[in-house]
Write a protein that binds this ligand. Structure first.
Ligand code: GDP
Length: 363
């Protein structure tokens, strides 16, 4: 799973990226275009259930699910026409699974706003417009070739032409492609295009340090827009999070409490990202390691096994499944089995969030 952090210059992208990855790799300077190379970082997805499991199943190693973050700096008005290193950044966005857009909701006279004043809706609109224009270009560029192939009677090319036109009709009304419903076949023919407005998006409203829980008017507007365009919203104060990240882990809870926060941004962000992306987790648990794995909601047992290794999906025989709640109640796998709660599931089993699984497979 890879998410790209985007936003106009000076909205707090690098500050947030650094806080989340606790790395000093991304620069945070008070002027546009300072973070030119995309910076990458891996963050663990916090999940309290891992601790619950390891309290009962003794293990050598705990491995949380991971999320790769890419700091994609430099999107400005005109990016789709190559303005301000635009195309380079757009090509990074095409590669990620999801977009996290930081929007500025903090006032600070010392931090210049590229458009002159703090207006998160205008920020969202500026970037959405660039992504829409870039997607239109992608679709229009692909159309002539698809039409030529379709004229030879090629069935797939005909579907492609129809699907491109369906997309163009929607997106030229300035609607993001995320709000267009597609059949499975339609989604498949355009899947290689990397259409950016079709990707799930999460808005991080970067709020003031005096208002860390940030349910102010600006955030309310962002929420309203997000609702219509199928996005998620998380208010975060990047500056405070940067301070949290600098503390020893043992001191963080006290600091958060003192500033009025109940959890670090990463927990909120990870939870909202999973919800927006339609993801959840299952676990494998044994002496060697206890590990969380990320799957799309609706994935079947063989698909879940495939996340560990593609051979596991091909050779899937069955899965033995119980829930974290079962483990808490019965204290061990043996007792779960004795109580008749260890389920044996086949190929069509749809995974639940929090399933603990042993896969049996042929290789
Ligand atoms: P980027 O250009 O979007 O990557 O923005 P940066 O992370 O470099 O931040 C630009 C400036 O805004 C820096 O001076 C940050 O310290 C400051 N900044 C970032 N987040 C906040 C915030 O929540 N509150 C305040 N007051 N300043 C912030």
């Amino acid at each position: 799973m890879e998410a790209g952090i985007v936003g106009l210059p000076n909205v707090g992208k690098s500050t947030l990226f650094n806080a989340l990855t606790s790395s000093q790799a991304a620069q945070s300077e008070n002027y546009p275009f300072c973070t030119i190379e995309p910076n990458e970082g891996i963050v663990n997805v916090p999940d309290g259930r891992l601790q619950t499991i390891t309290n009962l199943i003794h293990t050598k190693k705990i491995i949380p699910a991971a999320l790769k973050l890419v700091d994609i700096a430099g999107i400005v008005k005109g990016a789709s026409e190559g303005e301000g290193l635009g195309n380079k950044f757009l090509s990074h966005i095409r590669q990620v699974d999801a977009i996290i857009q930081v929007v500025r909701c903090f006032e600070d006279p010392d931090v210049t706003h590229v458009a002159g004043n703090v207006d998160p809706m205008a920020d969202i609109d500026t970037i959405e417009t660039e992504l829409i224009l870039a997607d239109i270009q992608t679709l229009e560029n692909a159309l002539p070739k698809a039409e030529r192939t379709a004229r030879t009677g090629d069935k797939e090319a005909k579907l492609l032409v129809a699907t491109i036109n369906k997309h163009l009709e929607h997106i030229t009304k300035e609607l993001p492609l995320r709000t267009l419903s597609l059949t499975e076949a339609e989604a498949k023919v355009v899947s290689s295009f990397g259409l950016m407005t079709a990707k799930p998006i999460l808005y991080v409203a970067n709020v003031d340090e005096n208002d860390v829980n940030g349910e102010n008017d600006l955030v309310a507007k962002v929420r309203e827009h997000a609702k219509q365009s199928g996005a998620g919203v998380v208010p975060v104060c990047a500056k405070v999070e940067a301070e949290v990240a600098e503390l020893e882990p043992a001191d963080r809870a006290e600091f958060l409490d003192a500033v009025g926060l109940t959890e670090p941004a990463l927990e909120k962000l990870a939870r909202e990202a999973y919800r927006t992306l339609g993801l959840h987790s299952y676990f494998t648990a044994g002496e060697k390691e206890v590990r969380a794995w990320t799957i799309p909601v609706g994935a079947t047992a063989p698909q879940a096994a495939g996340v560990i290794h593609s051979d596991f999906e091909r050779g899937f025989i069955r899965a033995e499944v119980y829930s974290v709640e079962d483990l808490v109640e019965y204290k061990s796998e043996k007792e779960i089995r004795n109580a008749g709660k260890l389920r044996v599931e086949g190929k069509s089993y749809v995974m639940n969030d929090g399933d603990v699984v042993h896969f049996l497979f042929n290789v």
